[in-house]
Design a protein around this ligand. Structure first.
Ligand SMILES: Nc1nc2c(ncn2[C@@H]2O[C@H](COP(=O)(O)OP(=O)(O)O)[C@@H](O)[C@H]2O)c(=O)[nH]1
Ligand SMILES: [Mg+2]
Length: 513
């Protein structure tokens, strides 16, 4: 392969890059087993949610606990529907990926005016110089339109439209404005093109290189483990020079030292940023600096390309072609994995776990108020019973029969107890047997002395009802505990699914490491 404009004289990295790209071929690794693990991972979640039974039999149907538990069940059913919908949308993305199946797709990402279009145009020019096919295209009304126009440079208009260029047999550059500005009719297609990228070129101007917050916009793509190459553009400075006795300002390449300083700085900050975002910093390639402007004004000779940083760029691009191809080959699994991380696990963490903790807090508060319940039951019951006692005692005084007294009092206490328990513990259904209270009066208790009889009765009722009240509270505590256990189980289940997905991810990406 020879550069037609410079027969016999070539820039070696450039030539190497062109051959590498044209020879790029993705390995045919079998994803069957990892895809099966991903599907099984999800099926396990669906199965668990479908068979989920809250232990609610001890609660009244209108209890707030029941309402909260049912709300969680509803959330799980709604999510399951969402996931199915989101997964069916992935099919479109993979159709597009098939269209570009045999090409390495690099996203050229960066802020307005950093020189993305100039960069793409220059690479296109270089491919053309080697008689390689070059095909520009852009997205219009949701369709891909091929065009012979190169990208407009120095546009003041910031209309966000995705444009691209196919270089040679196997390379596609996607020139994209900031992803936030993607709106309107092309938004969905643009999103899918961006998703289809196998590698990321992050361009930033050497005037303010490596503003790492820009990486947040790329977060979705970075999380998929796509390789990231930072490119410092416009790596040139004005220098004063004397021309014909006059001081003139001329643009020069930044010095190699200056470039190295900037590259190291961006490298450090970018890897810190990736780590802060919880990403594997190994996706980061060493930054390179270029001046498209200087390469052009110096005539695109091998020396001009070398001095403007393009030989370094080509070497770096060659290095990321392999990880990009590796990504491409994992792509079907990555896309599914990502759906499961972001949509499935994401909503379990963002929606389900908070609801579970809310219910957990409510159950704790329930446990706390149960501590006071026996005393409260006793107090309220006594308030109901005490006014009835004098009449009962009068009656007893005439009969003198303790049996009559206890069988007269027992139903009254039972009825009152039911009302009181209902008031004090409105959330629970106490077992019937607990409310079948039988007042036991001993010989000693049943004395003819009115005063002593009253005190003894009060004591007997309070002691015996106290036992019942404690038993009831204990059962309510058990009811709360069972629901707490179900919540804890579900919380553990989410963590367990998280770990399982991490293991699948590690096995998917293992060949890259
Ligand atoms: N000094 C200098 N200017 C450049 C360089 N590359 C591009 N530019 C200028 O920067 C402006 C923005 O370039 P453009 O490619 O349209 O940036 P984009 O908005 O990122 O696509 C234009 O005026 C270019 O001429 C470079 O390497 N050095
Ligand atoms: Mg542009």
């Amino acid at each position: 392969m020879n550069a037609t404009n410079l027969p016999g004289i070539v820039a070696p990295q450039e030539l190497g890059f062109l051959s590498t790209v044209n020879a790029a071929q993705r390995a045919d690794t079998d994803l069957t087993s990892v895809l099966a693990s991903l599907h099984a991972w999800h099926a396990h979640i669906e199965r668990t949610f479908e068979s989920l039974q809250w232990p609610l039999s001890g609660f009244k149907p209108d209890s707030a606990f029941v309402a909260q538990a049912h709300a969680i069940g509803q959330t799980l059913r709604t999510l399951s529907g969402h996931w199915a919908q989101q997964r069916s949308e992935l099919v479109h993305a993979s159709k597009l990926a098939e269209l570009l199946d045999d090409k390495v797709i690099l996203l050229v990402f960066g802020k307005f005016n950093v020189g993305k279009s100039a960069f793409c145009n220059l690479l296109a020019q270089r491919f053309a110089a080697y008689e390689q096919p070059v095909q520009y295209f852009h997205l219009e009304n949701g369709a891909v339109v091929e065009t012979s126009d190169t990208f407009a440079e120095g546009e003041t208009e910031t209309t966000a439209r995705l444009q691209g260029v196919c270089l040679g047999q196997k390379l596609v550059l996607l020139d994209t404005p900031g992803l936030h500005s993607v709106t309107g009719q092309n938004a969905e297609l643009t999103k899918r093109f961006i998703e289809s990228a196998d590698g990321l070129l992050w361009l930033s101007s050497s005037a303010s290189p490596g503003q790492t917050q820009e990486l947040e916009e790329l977060s979705t793509e970075l999380r998929r483990g796509k390789p990231l190459l930072p490119v410092l553009t416009r790596s040139d400075v004005f220098e004063e020079d004397e021309v014909d006795g006059e001081i003139q300002k001329l643009l020069r390449n930044k010095t190699p030292e200056n470039r190295a300083l900037q590259e190291n700085d961006v490298c450090d900050r970018a890897s810190a940023k990736l780590e802060a975002m919880g990403l594997d910093a190994s996706i980061l390639a060493a930054p390179v600096s270029i001046s498209t402007h200087m390469a052009r004004t110096e005539g695109l000779t091998p020396q001009a390309l070398e001095e403007a940083g393009f030989e370094g760029l080509y070497a770096a691009l060659m290095d990321i072609i392999q990880p990009a191809l590796a990504y491409k080959q994992r792509k079907p699994a990555e896309v599914l994995l990502h759906h499961q991380e972001e949509n499935v696990l994401g909503s379990l963490y963002n929606t389900v776990l908070p609801q579970l903790s809310q219910l957990h807090v409510a159950l704790n508060a329930g446990q706390q108020s149960l501590l006071q319940a026996p005393d409260q039951i006793l107090k309220n019951l006594w308030r109901k019973i005490a006014p009835l006692l004098p009449a009962m005692l009068e009656e007893h005084a005439s009969s003198g029969n303790g049996q009559v007294l206890s069988s007269g009092l027992t139903p009254i206490i039972n009825t009152s107890l039911q009302q009181v328990v209902d008031d004090v513990l409105p959330d629970y259904i106490p077992e019937n047997s607990e409310l079948q209270f039988q007042l036991q009066l001993t010989e000693y208790t049943v004395t003819p002395d009115y005063e002593r009889l009253y005190t003894a009765l009060q004591h007997a009722i309070q002691t015996q009802v106290g036992v019942v009240a404690n038993t009831i509270a204990e059962k309510c505590r058990d009811t709360l505990c069972s629901l707490e256990k179900s919540i804890a189980d579900l919380q553990c289940f989410v963590e367990d699914r998280d770990d399982a997905l991490k293991r699948i991810k590690a096995s998917l990406r293992a060949p890259l490491a």
